[in-house]
Design a protein around this ligand. Structure first.
Ligand code: PXL
Length: 279
């Protein structure tokens, strides 16, 4: 088992099953030491609870990073999600440049939008700064909305292969490995289109006709956990996509649980697919 020290940089949404409250348990379940750098503390995520209380933590980054550098801490991988403002990105670049072991992985989920729109509080300037951060990553995990904002592509809800291929071509110019989520060409299908150093493949799975906040974080965390566990990128994508689909299946028939997915009850399945199945 590959026990890795992974740093994840994203917000703490106190309630809402996204960002750090998802990444930490999933990475731990995947068998990794997980360190956190919270970009902000929000009473909830920004997707439907009204205006959350927000405590931005940018001012604390300098002191935290200085202490870590003083202690000579290093990480095997750094995985970023929802950040909140462009100043966080400069700190993330500093971490990429100074705190990764040799050969350590820089993984950026440009979490900033969905369904053709940016999340509340983000604008096109933020999206372009995120493109810049993605350009310093080894792997990026955008959905179609994020890919469109970073590449100046008009958003299209109904996808076809020509549109997706052109979008992927633009993303391949940003980062060497691209994991583009939410790609399906039929009503009942969705999937992940991957470009690993220019070699593309499409992992297709069943689409459940309901979407939830935080599923991008569930997928990205499981992908990072599996990939850092030594799985190939193909297997890590399949494991993460299957796990995310199971989380949605657990949740989608419960209208009261609209704000996130019940990822906890299917953690044993994720652990089995990592350590027991011969994938
Ligand atoms: O990646 C989802 C997410 C994370 N953090 C915050 C959010 C959202 C989605 O809305 O608002 C604060």
């Amino acid at each position: 088992m590959a026990y890795q020290r992974i740093l994840t940089v994203q917000d703490i949404s106190c309630l809402g099953q996204c960002s750090i409250t998802v990444a930490l348990p999933i990475l731990s379940a995947c068998g990794h030491e997980t360190c956190i750098l919270p970009s902000a503390v929000l009473s909830t995520h920004t997707g439907g609870f009204g205006m959350p209380h927000i405590k931005d933590l940018t001012e604390d980054f300098e002191g935290i990073l200085d202490h870590w550098q003083d202690q000579k801490f290093t990480f095997d991988a750094v995985y970023t999600g929802y950040l909140g403002n462009t100043r966080h990105m400069d700190f993330v670049k500093r971490i990429f440049d100074t705190m990764l072991v040799s050969g350590g992985m820089r993984i950026v989920d440009p979490a900033m939008g969905d369904h053709g729109k940016l999340y509340a509080g983000f604008d096109e300037k933020y999206a372009l700064a995120m493109r810049d951060l993605c350009a310093s990553a080894d792997v990026i995990l955008p959905n179609v909305t994020e890919a469109c904002f970073m590449t100046g592509t008009p958003y299209q809800q109904k996808l076809d292969e020509a549109y997706v291929s052109a979008l992927m071509e633009k993303l391949e110019k940003i980062a060497p490995n691209v994991v583009l989520t939410g790609i399906g060409y039929r009503e009942d299908e969705t999937g992940v289109l991957v470009s690993q150093k220019g070699t593309r493949w499409h992992y297709v799975h069943r689409k459940i006709p309901k979407s939830f906040h935080g599923t991008g974080d569930v997928f990205a965390s499981a992908f990072v956990g599996a990939w850092q566990q030594g799985k190939s990128m193909t297997d890590a994508v399949a494991i993460a996509a299957d796990y995310t689909a199971k989380c949605i299946e657990k949740t989608w028939k419960e209208p009261a649980h609209w704000y996130g997915v019940k990822f906890e009850e299917v953690l044993p399945d994720l652990i089995k697919s990592l350590f027991l199945a011969n994938l």
